[in-house]
Design a protein around this ligand. Structure first.
Ligand SMILES: [Zn+2]
Ligand SMILES: [Zn+2]
Length: 220
C-alpha cells in the first residue's frame, strides 16, 4: 500500500528503527512522514500536557480560578508537520486522511473504557461547507463511536478574535434536547490550544450532571 501523506509505497520493512517507530502496528503512513510528527514529551503540565513546563501552566491556573480543573490528554505536539496535516485534512477536505493516526488513537482510546465519547461539533454551516466533521472522522477511523449530544450555533470565527475576546464570548455550544447525559465523558477535539472550548464545554456538561469529564485531543 502507499503512504496516505506522500504516496510512496510502504514497504514491509522490519528494521529495528521501523519496529520502534511503528510498534508493529498497521500503519497508513511511511516512516519518513511519521518522523515529522513529535509526541508530547514526559515534561509537561500535569493538567493539560502543555510542554515546556512541569507544573500547572498559566492556562490551567486560569481555568482553576474559573472553577474548572483541566484534565486533558493529547498525543502529539502541534508542530509544522501537524499543521500541514490539518491543513490538508480540514481545509482541503481530504477525508482519507482521517486514517493517518487511527492506530495511535485506538491505542489511546482503549484507556477510557468506562467513558462515553463525545465529539466537539461544528456549526451546521461549517459542516455543510467541509462535508464532514474532522473529529468524528478521527474517532470513527480509530474504530470507535460517539454520543451525539452536543450542537453548535454559528458564530464569528474564533481565529479572528484575540485571546481575551475568545475567553469572554458566550459559549456557542449547547446540549441537545431529550438526550441522556452520560456519567463519564471523554470530550474529544482535534487540537487543544488554550483549552477555552474544551474546558467550557466540560463545565457545561458537569453542570448538566456528568460526574467526570476528561478532555482529549490529537494535538496540543
Ligand atoms: Zn509518506
Ligand atoms: Zn496546563
Amino acid at each position: 500500500m502507499s503512504c496516505l501523506l506522500c504516496g510512496q509505497s510502504i514497504k514491509k520493512d522490519l528494521t529495528f528503527r521501523s519496529l520502534l517507530l511503528l510498534k508493529n502496528k498497521e500503519n497508513n503512513v511511511c516512516v519518513d512522514c511519521l518522523s515529522g510528527f513529535e509526541k508530547i514529551s514526559e515534561e509537561h503540565c500535569p493538567n493539560c500536557m502543555k510542554t515546556g513546563v512541569s507544573t500547572k501552566c498559566q492556562d490551567c491556573q486560569y481555568w482553576c480560578k474559573e472553577g474548572i480543573r483541566a484534565d486533558h490528554h493529547a498525543i502529539f505536539i502541534y508542530n509544522q508537520a501537524m499543521k500541514d496535516f490539518f491543513s490538508r485534512y480540514k481545509f482541503n477536505g481530504d477525508y482519507l486522511l482521517r486514517k493517518v493516526f487511527a492506530s495511535y488513537l485506538s491505542e489511546e482510546f482503549r484507556k477510557y473504557k468506562d467513558y462515553q465519547f463525545v465529539v466537539i461539533p461544528l456549526s451546521s454551516e461549517r459542516y455543510y461547507k467541509r462535508g464532514f466533521n474532522q473529529v468524528i472522522g478521527l474517532v470513527e477511523a480509530a474504530g470507535y463511536s460517539y454520543k451525539d449530544i452536543l450542537g453548535k450555533r454559528e458564530e464569528k470565527a474564533s481565529s479572528s478574535k484575540n485571546r481575551l475576546e475568545r475567553l469572554a464570548t458566550k459559549l456557542p455550544f449547547f446540549i441537545k434536547n431529550d438526550v441522556s447525559i452520560p456519567k463519564k465523558i471523554l470530550l474529544i477535539d482535534d487540537i487543544y490550544t488554550t483549552g477555552s472550548t474544551a474546558n467550557r464545554i466540560k463545565r457545561m456538561l458537569e453542570a448538566a450532571g456528568t460526574e467526570d469529564v476528561k478532555t482529549f485531543s490529537l494535538a496540543r
